[in-house]
Design a binder for this molecule. Structure first.
Ligand code: FDA
Length: 469
């Protein structure tokens, strides 16, 4: 500890020296002696599992105001051997952007959140610390007929989201958020700022879905905006088991298009509401009609709970016995809650090649399942109870989902599927989890990592290792 305390003093001194205005950078640095340290740390934590008294905390949090501050933070961390974690929106399911077992520094991009929309060329530059909600809001300020295919929850940060792929309601029409990235600004391991021309196509390929905190720090993305109708129709239909939910889900698994071929759902005109695309983003985020669009700028979630999640890909329709097993498992929960979200694939997702970007889950997938367990009581016993529940459900579903390997989505990070060795992880160890997230793209990611960060400076429990490390 004495060594790390000394190192972190040197790190802070380095930051002050590297900054043109040492007084201003001092205001962007938080250590445990600052009265606002805990509130800055906790502000972006989205999973209470990693917000307890025993959760390891950073030695320093730096909240850069501009690119040169990020460059200084990277080069001083390098120079003084500080382990870093990068945070944009803090939604990492396993808390990897703000927790580490090693003494560490958080580079928190919360102040880098500008969005510049060019509605003439249908593009936008978005800083990594901006949220999905801010991007959607900024697009809507300029046009009713432009949108962007990213996630459903407005508070998710674009730094981590696009680094892992990123999807939402426009998935089948336009693919992932990362499929629609055309340029980026990245601070590399040497503190240099790179764009598409200077980083080259391999590195641009890798950062569009190869996982955050691995190839450098993304400061901004340039994205293509997509056309959306001036008016869209939304609906929600609720069904209980008594109303044949099992048979309906069974039937849904094979439907190419709902409105043409799903009379059993009983969708009626009264269930449907017409609205603009931006209003539909509020609808799907769970806000009531007439909520002001400004809510999209709010970075705090209505409720932050304890949770653990897992993901699966379904390639063959599940039999009814599997669906019944899921319901039974949900009924076993006495406290807390469980949720399974089925997201249909197909459409544009089946047209994009598996190696177009690192995200490989394309043709051949009917849908993805996200399994979630939530609870509100503190304590290891509660935590163990809910984590065991979700692990049992995951084991039960093994025969019905993708196999050899059992595939997963990196943005639903799950450390159960494998982690790197601490220190120098091996290719073999990393491939245990890496193949599940990236299939054969894993090898190309290792190749890029070896080129751009051979000393494995940017790393976490599930970051791509270089060959030599
Ligand atoms: P966070 O800041 O925690 O970063 C996640 C990872 O990326 C960490 O490893 C971090 O170090 C790294 N990182 C962050 N910023 C970086 C940067 N600028 N450069 C390099 N690395 C960086 N997903 C989805 O596809 N569709 C959805 O609808 C949703 N919905 C959703 C709702 C809720 C409530 C949660 C908690 C999560 C989701 N997600 C999701 C998952 C989400 O996409 C995923 O957790 C993202 O990685 C979160 O990005 P943040 O920047 O918020 O997280």
């Amino acid at each position: 500890w004495a060594t790390s305390a000394h190192t972190h003093e040197d790190f802070l001194e380095c930051l002050r020296l590297q900054s043109e205005d040492s007084a201003s950078i001092s205001k962007l640095i938080y250590t445990p002696i600052n009265s606002s340290y805990l509130s800055v740390l906790q502000f972006s934590i989205q999973n209470r599992r990693f917000n307890t008294t025993t959760t390891p905390k950073p030695l320093v949090i730096v909240t850069p105001l501009n690119v040169s501050h990020v460059q200084a933070a990277v080069s001083c961390s390098q120079k003084h051997g500080m382990h870093i974690r990068v945070r944009s929106g803090g939604h990492d399911y396993e808390g990897l952007s703000y927790v580490s077992v090693l003494p560490f520094v958080i580079i928190d991009l919360i102040n880098l959140q500008s969005v510049t929309v060019d509605a003439t060329n249908n593009t936008a530059w978005v800083e990594a610390g901006a949220t999905i909600g801010k991007l959607y809001y900024s697009i809507a300020q300029k046009s009713r007929t432009l949108g962007f295919p990213a996630g459903v929850c407005p508070t998710v940060g674009l730094g981590g989201h696009i680094s892992g792929g990123g999807y939402g309601l426009l998935l089948r029409k336009y693919g992932l958020a990362a499929d629609n990235v055309i340029d980026a600004q990245l601070i590399d391991v040497n503190g240099r700022i790179l764009d598409r021309a200077s980083m080259g196509e391999d590195l641009l390929w890798a950062i569009r879905g190869g996982g955050g905190n691995t190839f450098g720090i993304v400061v901004a993305w340039k994205v293509n905006l997509v056309p959306v109708p001036a008016t869209v129709t939304v609906f929600t239909v609720e069904k209980t088991l008594e109303q044949n939910a099992t048979q309906l889900v069974n039937r849904w698994q094979l439907l190419p298009l709902m409105q043409e071929s799903f009379p059993e759902l009983g969708l009626a005109k009264d269930d449907c509401t017409e609205m603009s695309w931006i209003e539909s983003t509020l609808y799907f985020a769970g806000f009531s009609r007439n909520t002001s669009l400004e809510i999209l700028l709010n970075r705090t979630q209505p409720s932050v709970r304890f949770f653990k999640a897992k993901s699966d890909y379904v390639k063959e329709p599940m039999p009814e016995v599997a669906l019944e097993g899921i319901w039974e498992s949900l009924f076993q929960l006495e406290v807390g809650s469980g949720q399974l979200i089925f997201s249909p694939y197909g459409g544009r997702m089946s047209e994009i090649s598996e190696s177009s970007i690192p995200f490989p889950h394309r043709a051949g997938n009917l849908y993805k399942i996200q399994h979630l367990a939530y609870w509100d009581e503190e304590g290891i016993e509660e935590s163990n109870r809910h984590i065991s529940w979700i692990r049992r459900l995951y084991s039960f579903l093994a025969p019905y989902v993708s196999k050899n390997p059992r595939l997963a989505y990196i943005n639903y990070r799950d450390l159960d599927i494998g982690i790197n060795n601490q220190g120098n992880t091996s290719y073999k160890q990393a491939s245990i989890w890496g193949i599940k997230y990236f299939k054969s793209n894993f090898d190309r990611l290792v190749h890029v990592k070896t080129q751009v960060d051979p000393s494995n400076f940017f790393r976490n429990e599930q970051s791509i290792p270089p060959f030599s490390a």
